[in-house]
Design a protein around this ligand. Structure first.
Ligand code: SF4
Length: 401
């Protein structure tokens, strides 16, 4: 099998792994004429079907800070000795598999990078001969890429279940971001998804080591003089877990381990797996989890602020921040000219940037009308029912705004 075909094969299911990427349709190619390993030039991508795009190993990735770059999202091998119930790569499933050696992966990516096809690398793997052995191969791939091919750019490296602490440290010295997928909300739910993964020892422990290393060792030992960011992923909807369980773990990860982001992947059944007859999860659930996760991470919300039902689920039909405001702010609106930043962030329509803009604008004079908010880029119609402007509820003549 030639390298291009092999790369496409090992990358074919990477849409199941949410990472930094945004949809391919937002891709701005560096060289539209260069053909990618898929055999298509970036300019041709626009005409491909959704299925064809999903098979592409190059994804447009949104970096922290907003920069976008084309990223090769791939695996070292699609062979795996584990048997996670949801996974297309599980042992024994009939499928074409392929593997790269570390030097082959490094060389392949370095060539793509030189040709302007890929500027970043997301590297994962199936597990063969144990997590530690597989982690060594992932680390070797990035070592060769960094030191033999002198690649200075973005690398997101997966940590395998069963990796050792020293391997986590070495990965952190090479990568810009590392991730360990928890998959399930907690130890109780994991066996329904991955019967042979061990929640605390194999999955949570590496996340804790990473944060402990960041806290206790000098940042200059990391790549680019700083330690990598840390992310994880949950499979949502196949283990009977509640939103409360998922967000409770998420809150712990944000507050205690300084997680950069939790990814939620609405379950979608894969043929010829034990969960093939389990119904797919409603994508709105994934969306509400992301919204709630950002409220926990960026808006100063606590878990108990979120509008869980008695069964521990978020409403699917309403934004969780709006649901909170309807019960907490409708009868006690917030005076926009006096509220501190944390309080401003509680108001629908006002995000971190909007709160900062309001604080700056207030220094020049009082905000008196909804049009003052609109001129600051605030979604005034969402904020209006929950605010006072100079002591008065605003007249909601929103059609004039
Ligand atoms: S260990 Fe990873 S690749 Fe292997 S079956 Fe489980 S999820 Fe799939």
């Amino acid at each position: 099998m030639d390298i291009e075909a092999k790369l496409q094969l090992v990358s074919s299911e990477m849409h199941l792994e949410p990472a930094e990427e945004t949809p391919l349709t937002t891709h701005t190619p560096f060289n539209p004429q260069t053909k990618g390993p898929c055999g298509h030039s970036p300019a041709e991508w626009q005409d491909l079907t959704r299925e064809q795009k999903r098979a592409m190993p190059i994804h447009m990735a949104a970096m922290p800070g907003g920069k976008r770059l084309p990223m090769l999202k791939t695996m070292l091998t699609t062979a795996c000795e584990r048997d996670c119930y949801y996974c297309p790569f599980r042992a024994g499933r009939n499928m074409h598999r392929a593997s790269f050696k570390p030097d082959e992966m490094a060389k392949t990516f370095a060539e793509l990078n030189r040709n302007g096809v890929a500027q970043g690398l997301f590297l994962s793997s199936g597990i063969l001969k144990g997590g530690a052995n597989t982690q060594n191969k992932l680390i070797d791939s990035v070592e060769i890429l960094r030191h033999k091919h002198n690649f200075p750019g973005y690398v997101h490296l997966k940590i395998m279940p069963g990796s050792e602490r020293d391997q986590v440290l070495r990965a952190m010295q090479l990568a810009d971001r590392i991730s360990i997928n928890l998959e399930a909300a907690n130890e109780k739910r994991l066996p329904a998804l991955a019967p042979h993964k061990i929640f605390f020892d194999e999955l949570l422990a590496p996340l804790k080591w990473a944060e402990e290393i960041r806290r206790t060792q000098p940042a200059h030992k990391g790549w680019h003089g700083k330690w990598p960011s840390l992310v994880t992923q949950f499979v949502v909807g196949a283990a009977g877990e509640t939103d409360l369980e998922i967000l409770s773990t998420t809150e712990y990860l944000y507050k205690s381990l300084r997680l950069a982001r939790a990814y939620y992947s609405a379950f979608s059944p894969v043929a010829n797996t034990p969960l093939e007859n389990t119904p797919p999860e409603n994508p709105w659930r994934e969306h509400r989890l992301y919204q709630s996760s950002f409220l926990l991470r960026d808006y100063g919300f606590d878990l108990e602020d979120l509008p869980f039902s008695g069964q521990g689920h978020l409403p699917l039909d309403v934004d969780p921040k709006l649901a909170w405001a309807r019960t907490q702010l409708a009868d006690s609106p917030i005076e926009l000219n006096r509220a501190d930043r944390r309080t401003l962030l509680r108001i629908p329509g006002i995000g971190p940037k909007g709160a900062d803009t309001i604080l700056t604008a207030r220094r020049k004079g009082a905000l008196r009308e909804l049009r003052d908010l609109s001129s600051l880029g605030i979604i005034a119609s969402r904020a209006a029912p929950y605010v006072l402007l100079d002591g008065k509820r605003p007249a909601q003549q929103l059609s004039l705004l």
